[in-house]
Write a protein that binds this ligand. Structure first.
Ligand code: NAP
Length: 265
């Protein structure tokens, strides 16, 4: 079993990374930055996003495990005092492989088309002022958006930025994407649905901005500034991310722990 490890870089995450390496070596696990079977992230959900993007070219061959240095996370479901148990399980047992959907984002500029994968969401904002963009669903005009921006999230990303925008929380076993608005302006000229929209895997949406406007494009934590964007197509990707689960960790349990609290009833 070969593993790679990425930590958040703070003293606690670094200390836990060293502890993990020592335990892993005692259990005969081999370190490999190039071709790991398992990628561990130590920090938070944000650290797992970084780990996903570092290894996204090999996403079909890797299973991810997240260790959280604070509260329980959505991707980082092991806690800092559980490292000995985790290493023991990696070395001795076969994990359950859980696969979550990703979003494919194809951005067409005057220079050509480039494709990205997002684990949480794709975000579109205008560099100067409000964003004005047409939104098409399945090649049919749907609405004309004017406002602060658009967030298109995966089911596992639905508890991130999407939730702050009033979007629905979606179970990651559903292959879907969700379009949420950031502060849309609604008047006689610009009219949007106002609620978030959930598309199934066999649908796609295209965003058509003004190509003269410079845009901020967010792919999870990565922000790109682009000019001359002609269209952006979002769809549920054929690729998925795989998590190695050595014990059950139900999604709704995580939602309750994160947003409601276990002693609320
Ligand atoms: P950050 O600003 O350092 O972290 C934002 C927060 O989002 C952190 O508390 C992070 O958890 C949490 N988070 C990440 N993925 C999540 C998920 N799938 N479900 C629930 N919470 C999640 O930024 P970052 O670490 O680079 O992470 C980028 C993410 O931040 C984006 O993908 C977006 O989802 C989120 N974000 C949210 C808002 C908002 O809610 N208004 C605005 C911008 C971005 P940890 O502390 O465990 O890392």
């Amino acid at each position: 079993m070969k593993y790679a490890l990425l930590d958040r870089g703070d003293p606690l995450s670094r200390e836990l990374a060293e502890k993990f390496h020592a335990l892993a070596s005692e259990h005969g696990l081999e370190r490999s930055e190039g071709t790991p079977d398992i990628v561990l992230s130590i920090g938070g959900d944000g650290t797992l996003l970084h780990a996903f993007h570092r290894f996204r070219a090999r996403v079909d061959d890797i299973a991810f495990i997240g260790v959280h240095t604070g509260h329980l996370g959505f991707y980082a479901d092991w806690q800092k005092d559980e490292l000995p148990e985790l290493v023991e399980m990696i070395a001795t047992s076969e994990p359950n492989k859980v696969r979550y959907p990703l979003i494919r984002v194809e951005i067409t500029t005057r220079g050509g088309t480039s494709a990205y994968l997002a684990l949480n969401e794709f975000t579109l904002k205008c560099v100067d002022g409000t964003l004005v963009a047409g939104i098409d669903i399945n090649d049919e005009p749907f609405e004309m958006f004017r406002g602060d921006g658009i967030v298109i999230s995966t089911p596992s990303g639905s508890t991130g930025y999407n939730k702050s925008l009033g979007g629905a929380v979606i179970h990651p076993s559903l292959e879907a994407l969700q379009i949420a608005e950031i502060a849309s302006i609604n008047n006689r000229v610009y009219r949007t649905l106002g609620s978030s929209v959930i598309l199934p895997k066999h649908h796609h949406c295209d965003i058509v901005p003004d190509p003269e406007e410079p845009l901020y494009i967010g792919i999870d934590h990565l922000i790109l500034q682009m000019e001359g964007v002609l269209s952006i197509r979002c769809s549920v990707a054929d690729d998925k991310i795989t998590f190695a689960r050595y014990r059950p960790f139900p999604f709704w349990h995580r939602v309750r722990e994160a947003f409601i609290g276990s002693d609320s009833r």
